[in-house]
Design a protein around this ligand. Structure first.
Ligand SMILES: C[S@@+](CC[C@H](N)C(=O)[O-])C[C@H]1O[C@@H](n2cnc3c(N)ncnc32)[C@H](O)[C@@H]1O
Length: 278
């Protein structure tokens, strides 16, 4: 397995270079699976009039799900990669969602005034910066007194074996190694999010286990999106025939999860919630 320290995913050009793969993966405007986004909304206590900041929003998750459920409130989607945010804005327009704004910015120095938002959310972003406590402190700074922040992160890689299976399928098709991206799982063990949130100065920290078995039909575009996100640099010139052979290898590599015409994909994540002092 790759040493997490050798990962480069916190470099500013890393995500810019991956944007085409995420654009392919986000081509449908609606989120492909909203289960955890809805849990986040519930656990953090987002109500329809709130102003929400979604950090590391990328191509718009969970920002778009949240914006779609607000009435008078709004969502600001912030990410250091403007190319990703452009996709988020396009998705929102396609869904007739008009209360979503986009702002480019780094989570270690957020481009917002103190005490500006009721809630801060973030899905699968806090794993990447080195100074996670500093980023959580920034979230606390932009929260109103009594506000809440919720960070969703991937659980351990062993609990999410489909990542390894997709990589094995890519390896079979392309004949080269696709090392697991361990940085993605570096906040997955119980207690790590609580430590970050507490050290950042939140008055209260909690953690929630998020687990689901996602049911994916054989041939579903789930696998195509997984490939696009994992190997964006390899898919640019593939014909549909080549895609079909690649997806065949990937689905075969996921055979352990197959149950007839369905794949039962285990997905384990964690949600860390920080409450600011009133
Ligand atoms: C795995 S993607 C998650 C995107 C989205 N939240 C989702 O769940 O689909 C990670 C995102 O974090 C962003 N990111 C990484 N480091 C960042 C930083 N220091 N500040 C702001 N955004 C960052 C990347 O640009 C990328 O869009």
């Amino acid at each position: 397995m790759t040493d997490p320290a050798s990962d480069t995913e916190n470099r500013t050009d890393y995500w810019k270079n991956r944007s085409p793969g995420w654009t392919e993966a986000a081509s449908a405007a609606k989120p492909s699976d909203d289960t955890f986004n809805l849990r986040l909304i519930e656990e953090v206590g987002i109500t329809s009039d709130m102003d929400v900041l979604d950090i590391a929003s990328g191509t718009g998750d969970p920002a778009i799900t949240i914006a779609g459920r607000l009435e008078t409130g709004s969502v600001t989607a912030c990410d250091m990669t403007p190319e990703m945010l452009t996709v988020a804005a396009t998705r929102a327009t396609k869904l007739s969602i008009y209360n979503l704004r986009i702002t480019a910015g780094n989570m270690i120095a957020l481009p917002f005034a103190d005490s500006r938002f009721d809630v801060v959310t973030s899905r699968n972003g806090l794993m990447f910066p080195d100074d996670k406590v500093g980023c959580a402190r920034e979230a606390l700074r932009v929260l109103k007194p009594g506000g809440r922040a919720g960070w969703m992160v991937w659980g351990p890689i062993e609990a999410n074996p489909t990542f390894l299976a997709v990589n094995a399928g890519l390896e079979k098709y392309f004949g080269e190694k696709f090392p697991p991206r361990l940085i993605r799982h570096n906040l997955g063990a119980p207690g790590l999010l609580t430590d970050v949130i507490t050290q950042a100065g939140f008055a209260r920290a909690e953690e929630v286990d998020l687990k689901q078995e996602r049911l994916v039909k054989h041939g579903d575009d789930y696998f195509r999106r997984a490939v696009a996100r994992t190997a964006p640099h390899r898919i640019g010139n593939l014909s549909e025939t080549e895609w079909s052979a690649l997806l065949n290898d990937v689905q075969n590599a996921c055979a352990d999860c197959r149950d007839g015409d369905i794949y039962r994909i285990p997905i384990v994540a964690r949600l860390g919630i920080g409450s600011a002092a009133p």
